[in-house]
Write a protein that binds this ligand. Structure first.
Ligand SMILES: [Zn+2]
Length: 293
């Protein structure tokens, strides 16, 4: 399967012209690692449109990233690669609109940007309250699960994939269901800066206050390493090195690939670097938040 990289940076306002709280700004500049999640620069080749009142910008790298992810679809034909890009476009848009609509629900406006392997929903101002921020983070994967459920459920009820007898339609159906399900599950892992990582950070902050930041990064680091190990195991199992044990697992358990191994290795590195900047991996006595130091 493909990797995912739509991280709702979500809670860090960056739009010029808005008054930004000092702490939030410091947090924005603080959270940087190998994967920089700043808003990508504007180019002359951006595709821009408005949807449901939200400005949407599609960076040219989005198309390149989608093509790279779906390169194997070329084996079936060029039209399948085009359909794959369409599926990724719709899926990431739906995910980001989940975040954007949640921002609107809590009184913030939002811009949606699709970029390289993911997207961003950038709010006009911060949403106050941990539970509200958790709801915003969960809204993205939830939107994807709803889309997956609608596509899957409607076919279960009406059998439209078989009825239409189109290989292209069957391809779109399979891609929509698996992309939205598997990417949603990966996105809920407690790994920074994925949506699950944001939720974990808020929950740890609730339980351990100042120490929560560091604990959530430790969880993020450990989980990311576990995904790397799982991905390598899956990649080996698929090749003739492995024993083929994956074939006995339910289909909905996400299989890792060499791409997820690389992605989560980068995410583990990000968490590790951030841990060092918060007082060192394994803890310390300084409980202040990074931007308070
Ligand atoms: Zn998200």
């Amino acid at each position: 399967m493909c990797l995912l990289l739509w991280a709702s940076r979500g809670l860090w306002p960056t739009r010029a012209g808005h008054t930004i709280e000092k702490a939030a700004l410091a947090r924005h500049t603080y959270w940087r690692g190998p994967l920089v999640l700043a808003e990508p620069e504007r180019t002359n080749y951006d595709l821009r449109f408005r949807l449901l009142g939200f400005p949407v910008r599609v960076h040219p790298w989005f198309w390149l990233g989608s093509v790279l992810l779906g390169a194997s679809a070329l084996d079936l034909g060029l039209q399948y690669l085009a359909l794959w890009v369409l599926v990724v476009f719709v899926s990431i848009l739906v995910h980001e609109f989940g975040h954007a609509l949640a921002f609107r629900w809590y009184g913030a406006d939002a811009d949606v940007v699709l970029y390289a392997f993911g997207g961003l929903a950038i709010p006009s101002h911060t949403v106050s309250g941990r539970w509200r921020r958790i709801a915003v983070s969960l809204a993205g994967p939830a939107a994807g699960f709803v889309l997956c459920g609608l596509v899957y459920g409607s076919n279960e009820a009406l059998g439209w994939v078989v009825a239409v007898r189109s290989r292209e339609l069957a391809f779109v159906y399979g891609a929509l269901v698996s992309v939205n399900l598997v990417w949603g599950i990966f996105n809920l892992l407690p790994v920074f800066p994925l949506d699950g990582g944001q939720v974990c950070r808020e929950l740890c902050g609730m339980k351990w206050r100042g120490r929560g930041e560091r604990i959530s990064l430790q969880i993020s680091f450990g989980t990311a390493l576990a995904v790397v190990a799982w991905s390598i195991f899956c990649a080996m199992d698929r090749s003739n090195i492995g024993a083929g044990v994956l074939t006995g697992l339910p289909w909905w358990i996400p299989r890792g690939t060499i791409y997820t191994a690389i992605l989560f290795a980068l995410l583990a590195m990000t968490s590790y670097q951030l841990l060092q900047r918060t007082g060192g991996y394994g803890g310390g006595s300084d409980d202040r938040l990074p931007w308070e130091k």
